[in-house]
Design a protein around this ligand. Structure first.
Ligand code: COI
Length: 356
């Protein structure tokens, strides 16, 4: 494995204190990881340096055709002082799946993990400890060839930046209101919906603006072909509890395979709850709600953790779930996932990875 060089900053920034009401993704730590790629040479010069601006030619391919991949994971400070990552292997595996789909060279898994660990260790003092906070880690790759033709780039930058964060939604653990979008679509099977890449998020903006204007936090996407089946929310996967069964849309090629989604499924199964990964239409969901059989709804994501959904709107009909409050499974999942992340609860083998 390549050696990661560390050049510490001579100008450390003030670290937000415990009274800082951290929001999501606005403050960045002192250092970043950066590594170059060139066809024929492979990945080279992995280094941790001061968090700084990067210089790119206006012709850099990422600006024109969006060849980029990103990931998101979190580091936590346990009560006993250990630094814990939550299932980083899953993010690394997904990053390389995205890379393959986007014609970006894969990143050696051991080097990827080492880069995350070394960066988090370097900026250890930035890991916030107040309940509901963590250090969000954002790895990403961009195409840097100076060229306006459409083809995969021959040069790339892989970077990792870190941000001390609070809740993703201003609502915190209070239920959010979600808008089911029946005009715009996010992704279709065979497209790039299951890759974690900026293109999927820019595709979501017009509907998100529309939903915000109507007082909703996020958009829930329907499938891009029949516009019937529920897929995911822009920043999270979605779960329902109907007639005592936990139901979530199956991974069909256009849905992001969320790490927290997978964790929710595994935990619910461990608790003996029936779990179905299958197609579920908005009509089926609203029928269940009208008949009083929809007990709970929540979203799952790295940034969002577990986010209860209190209201869903589809074609002028609004349903309220669990009286607009948080349901018991959502609460138990939130407590268990965050308990494992903070090292207070022992999770399944391999879910917690210590940074030493
Ligand atoms: C994450 O949950 O880590 C994500 O990348 C979603 C992003 C929209 C904040």
């Amino acid at each position: 494995m390549l050696d990661i060089r560390i050049e510490k900053t001579k100008n450390p920034k003030p670290i937000p204190g415990p009274d800082n009401p951290l929001t999501f993704g606005t403050i960045f730590t002192d250092h970043m990881f950066i590594m170059n790629y060139q066809t024929g040479k492979g990945w080279f010069d992995p280094r941790i340096v001061e968090y700084q601006k990067i210089a790119l030619e206006p012709s850099a391919m990422v600006f024109h055709y969006g060849q980029e991949m990103f990931e998101g994971l979190k580091a936590y400070k346990a009560d006993d002082g250990r630094i814990l990552l939550f299932r980083p292997d899953k993010n690394i595996e997904r990053a390389n799946n995205s890379n393959r789909r986007l014609c970006i060279p894969e990143i050696p898994e051991d080097l990827f993990l080492e880069a995350i660990k070394k960066l988090v260790k370097t900026d250890e003092a930035w890991i916030p400890t107040k309940p509901g906070t963590s250090l969000y880690i954002r790895p990403f790759v961009i195409a840097t060839d100076e060229f306006l033709g459409v083809r995969p780039s021959d040069t790339y930058l892989f970077m990792i930046i870190c941000s001390p964060v609070g809740a993703y939604y201003p609502e915190g653990l209070n239920p959010v209101k979600i808008w089911i979008e029946d005009d715009y679509v996010r992704a279709v099977k065979g497209g790039i919906g299951e890759a974690k890449t900026g293109g999927n998020y820019v595709a979501s903006l017009a509907a998100q603006v529309k939903a915000h204007d109507e007082g909703y936090s996020q958009v829930l996407w329907l499938d891009g072909i029949e516009r019937k089946y529920i897929e995911e929310v822009g920043a999270m996967n979605i779960f329902f509890k109907i007639d005592g069964t936990v139901v979530t849309p199956m991974l069909n090629g256009s849905i992001l395979p969320g790490v927290t989604r997978n964790s929710c499924i595994e935990l619910c199964k461990e608790w003996g709850l029936p779990v179905e990964e299958r197609r579920i239409s908005a009509e089926e969901l609203f029928t269940a709600a009208r008949q009083g059989r929809l007990d709970e709804c929540w979203g799952s994501g790295t940034a969002a953790v577990i986010s209860p959904v209190g209201h869903l709107r589809w074609m002028n009909e609004v349903i309220q779930i669990h009286d607009g409050g948080i349901g018991p499974i959502s609460q138990k999942l939130y407590d268990t996932v965050t308990g494992i992340q903070l090292g207070r609860i022992e999770g399944p083998a391999g879910w917690s990875v210590e940074v030493k």
